[in-house]
Design a protein around this ligand. Sequence first.
Ligand SMILES: [Zn+2]
Length: 97
Amino acid sequence: MASGAKSEGAESEKALGGLVVKIDMKCHSCEAEIVSKKVRKQHWLEGNLYIVENVEAEVCPECGDRYFHATTLDRIDKLISEDHPVKEVLSVEVISA
Ligand SMILES: [Zn+2]
């Protein structure tokens, strides 16, 4: 028997508010039709910055606004919290404009 199978806990609906972005069919900024796409996302968790590739997002083809489902954000938090493979480590410059 293969070990290491993990059960996906029931994902509860997160209450709206805070960082949760509601998905509409149209962009909030320019009202263009948004499309589903895999993107590279900057993601902060507990004071650390992560670049997460292959994240499902709704992207506006006109202005580039990106919207993420709350469940997608939850999944990324979870992924980061657990053991995860690291593809690359980057150093980031912090500057003041
Ligand atoms: Zn737009």
